[in-house]
Design a protein around this ligand. Structure first.
Ligand code: HEM
Length: 418
């Protein structure tokens, strides 16, 4: 068992362990990042609450994850304390990690940028970006799809939404990768990665602090200008809250979408019948996005802490008890989905018949960017269906980043034909 990349899980700790304990370790081990799903099967079979490595129990099943996410008595505000006790840098507070009334106030301000009309208004831009990226990839013939397609599309879209100039995209990418890695539990990171997170957060705060000041002085039609105006004119948004909000929009928003695109294309390559179906029926592109989110969730886990005594599936938790919800496992739960390990692009084509997936969370913190993600990835899949006849995987399995929370490939080398 390769435990490279973990600092506190020693070889001694994995000796004499049961298969469930092995599955717990494997689910958190970089060596199994390419396929954590068999470990999740073992965890679900072991029961609804499985003792974890970090203290809190793991929650691998759909029914429990669904119930906990929907119950506001479970808070998300303690995640930093839980996963980042070693942090020497305070990740700026975002409403992702707040509870009402602050959560309601901040989410209300940002949700104005995500109205269906505004998101639909970005379709033309997404189509142009996708067409340009595909032109280049098809001309090259062999590419790393993460680099050539999955990364630039969401980066361009989120920068467009916020109002970050194109000349700064490379800097945003560098900072955001360092911070996304830093969303993992501290115990799973090397000293260098922790230092890199500190540097990336510092760089992010300096960069966006300066950009906000610039937009406050010379506003444009973008989200940063709108938020800078609110911050300057009334007391609904502090400077720190604005930077925290921008951090989540950039990092949690765009790194996840990169993974959805690359995980989704890999799933199509591994299910040629489904790729052919998409080529025959391009209108499956939108339901396909949800099936790809279910099949290989880009955000694999989240945490919740009880704010009062709560009973879930017959077990009572005291106020202050924390849990790690494995969304990626809940989405493969055979109790919730027929044939869960099969990619079925028609699964979400008939609304109401299938359990919703949990890849965007649920309840109070349901992903604010869900409609933007659906638009971007639908546009990408339609273009792929129309223009690509075949993909050949050039490395199998492809290389994965060590990231556990925001999980995905570091490269996806393919040959593609028009
Ligand atoms: C495939 C792409 C994405 C996935 C899988 C994803 C996943 C998630 C999940 C699971 C949550 C809830 C976490 C929890 O309850 O603990 C969440 C919340 C959030 N997401 Fe996303 N996300 C994606 C893209 C985006 C994008 C593009 C944006 C914005 C540009 C965004 C912004 C947010 C924000 C601001 C929250 C916090 C919402 C709240 O606390 O009220 N996400 N996302």
């Amino acid at each position: 068992m390769d435990l490279a990349g973990t600092r506190h899980i020693t070889a001694a700790a994995v000796e004499e362990t049961t298969s469930v304990q092995h599955a717990v370790i494997d689910a958190f081990t970089p060596a199994w990042r390419h396929d954590p799903y068999r470990s999740y099967d073992v965890l679900r079979a072991a029961g609804p609450f499985v003792p974890g490595l970090l203290g809190p129990h793991l929650v691998p099943g759909y029914a429990e994850c669904d119930a906990i996410l929907q119950n506001p008595a479970w808070s998300h505000a303690e995640e930093s304390e839980l996963l980042h006790p070693d942090s020497d840098v305070e990740l700026p507070g975002s409403f992702l990690w707040m509870e009402p009334p602050d959560h309601t106030r901040l989410r209300g301000l940002v949700s104005k940028a995500f109205t269906p009309r505004r998101i639909e208004g970005m379709r033309g831009h997404a189509e142009r970006v996708v067409a340009d990226l595909l032109d280049k990839a098809l001309a090259a013939g062999e590419v790393d799809l993460v680099e050539a397609f999955a990364y630039p599309l969401p980066l361009t879209m989120v920068c467009e939404l916020l109002g970050v100039p194109e000349s700064e995209h490379a800097a945003i990418r560098r900072m955001s990768a360092g911070i996304a890695r830093g969303l993992d539990p501290d115990v799973l990171m090397s000293t260098d990665e922790l230092a890199n997170r500190t540097a990336a957060v510092g760089e992010f705060l300096d960069f966006f602090g300066a950009l906000v000041a610039e937009r406050r002085a010379r506003p444009r039609q973008d989200l940063i200008s709108a938020l800078a105006q609110v911050e300057a004119e009334d007391d609904r948004l502090t400077a720190a809250e604005m930077l925290g909000t921008l951090l989540v929009l950039v990092v949690a928003g765009h790194e996840t979408t990169v993974n959805l695109i690359s995980n989704g294309i890999l799933a199509l390559i591994r299910h040629p019948d489904q790729f052919e179906l998409l080529r025959q029926q391009p209108d499956l592109a939108l339901p396909a996005v949800d099936e790809m989110l279910r099949y290989d969730a880009p955000a694999q886990l989240t945490t919740r802490t009880a704010r009062q005594e709560i009973t879930v599936s017959g077990r009572t938790f005291a106020s202050g008890d924390s849990l790690i919800l494995i969304l990626g496992s809940a989405n493969r739960d055979p109790q919730a989905f027929t044939d869960p390990d099969r990619l079925d692009l028609t699964r979400y084509a008939q609304r109401g018949r299938v359990n919703r997936h949990l890849a965007f969370g649920l309840g109070l913190h349901y992903c604010i960017g869900a409609s933007l993600v659906r638009l971007e990835v639908e546009v990408a899949l339609r273009a792929i269906a129309a223009r690509v006849s075949a993909f050949t995987l050039l490395a199998d399995p492809p290389r994965y980043r060590p990231n556990l929370v925001v999980r995905g490939m570091s490269e996806l080398p393919v040959r593609l034909s028009a």
